[in-house]
Design a protein around this ligand. Structure first.
Ligand code: F0G
Length: 309
């Protein structure tokens, strides 16, 4: 299969001399959710981003960010993460032959993700505090070591992530009516809006779904108090006629179980946020909805015990 970065070379910040670091990211399945469509009265499609090489959508952006870091002569990369950016950065850095340092809040990262980071030889640094504290520490470290920050504040990350919107438009023949997706820092929402803008055909109503309990949600991937991309998320929501939907812990757990039971899609808890948001009347009867399912369930096997089946 053509690597993502070759497929979308024309719309990515790549030059002829950019070394392409790839693990086969992107081109993920868009699965029609037959049973849930019938149940909810909409035409529902799941963009299954757990099918990426490290099991999350982060790989799309990381392929671009690490390729660019290599081109720019970086010695290494650093990021703060709730786990998926970490797993992705670590893998792509290993692939590129770069050092990787991952900063995370103590006890805040699911077991599978820690395993992914350690397996490929990245260094883990714990911070006693929040994601925001970890992010501050990662900026400091980048400064000291001369490493490239590969959080979503690195513009190449969102450029890579926007390719998911292109894939959806190509596969459906146009944008859907509604896009529902989890909202942590808001980088992915920003990237999708940019992708739909650039693909032409207009924006779907964009519905980012956040945990009401942002700071201590069971959905550890989106345990972020202050979204760094809040302004661009609000702009995308306003321009598209969508809205931000906050959901409770029980709603997240229900949606997570429903995706698994009804459609056979085993994702991590944060990744079910989009489906949880759909219960809030954001789509009309028969409308076409794409729900972005962002990360694989194997990353967080403890959720099976914690949330029940
Ligand atoms: N879903 C999953 C599985 C995630 O890991 C994240 C973010 C999101 C949704 C939210 O995306 O932040 O762009 O709004 N994970 C980051 C990380 C914070 O460090 O892996 P967002």
């Amino acid at each position: 299969m053509t690597p993502l970065l070759e497929r979308y070379r024309d719309v990515l910040p790549l030059s002829a001399s950019t070394p392409i670091v790839t693990l086969g990211e992107g081109s993920t399945p868009l699965i029609r959710a037959e049973r849930l469509s019938a149940k909810l009265g909409v035409d529902l499609w799941l963009k299954w981003e757990g099918a990426n090489p490290t099991g999350s959508f982060k790989d799309r952006g990381m392929a671009v960010a690490v390729s660019k870091a290599l081109e720019d002569g970086a010695r290494g990369v650093v990021c703060a993460s709730t786990g998926n950016t970490a797993a992705s950065a670590a893998a792509y850095a290993a692939r590129a032959g770069l050092d990787a340092v991952i900063v995370h809040a103590t006890g805040a990262v699911a077991l599978g993700k820690l395993g992914q980071v350690r397996a490929v030889g990245a260094r883990l640094m714990e911070v006693d505090g929040t994601f925001e504290d970890a992010f501050a520490a990662s900026l400091e470290l980048a400064e000291q070591e001369g490493y490239t920050v590969v959080n979503s504040t690195n513009p190449h990350r969102l450029e890579g992530q926007k390719t998911a919107a292109f894939e959806i438009v190509e596969e459906l023949g146009g944008p859907p009516d509604v896009l529902v997706l989890p909202y942590g820092g808001g980088g992915n929402t920003t990237a999708y809006a940019r992708g739909f803008d650039e693909a032409g055909g207009g924006l779907p109503r964009i519905v980012p779904v956040e945990a009401k309990q942002r700071g201590d949600t069971v959905a550890s991937a989106i345990r972020i108090r202050e979204p760094v991309h809040r302004a661009t998320v609000e702009d995308a929501v306003a321009r598209s006629g969508g809205r931000v939907v906050p959901v409770g812990e029980d709603e997240l757990a229900d949606a997570w179980r429903t995706l698994a039971h009804e459609e056979g899609v085993f994702c991590e808890p944060a990744s079910a946020a989009g489906l949880a948001g759909l219960a809030h009347g954001v789509a009309g009867l028969g409308e076409r909805v794409v729900c972005v399912v962002t990360g694989h369930g194997l990353k967080d096997p403890a959720a099976v015990e914690l949330l029940g089946t």
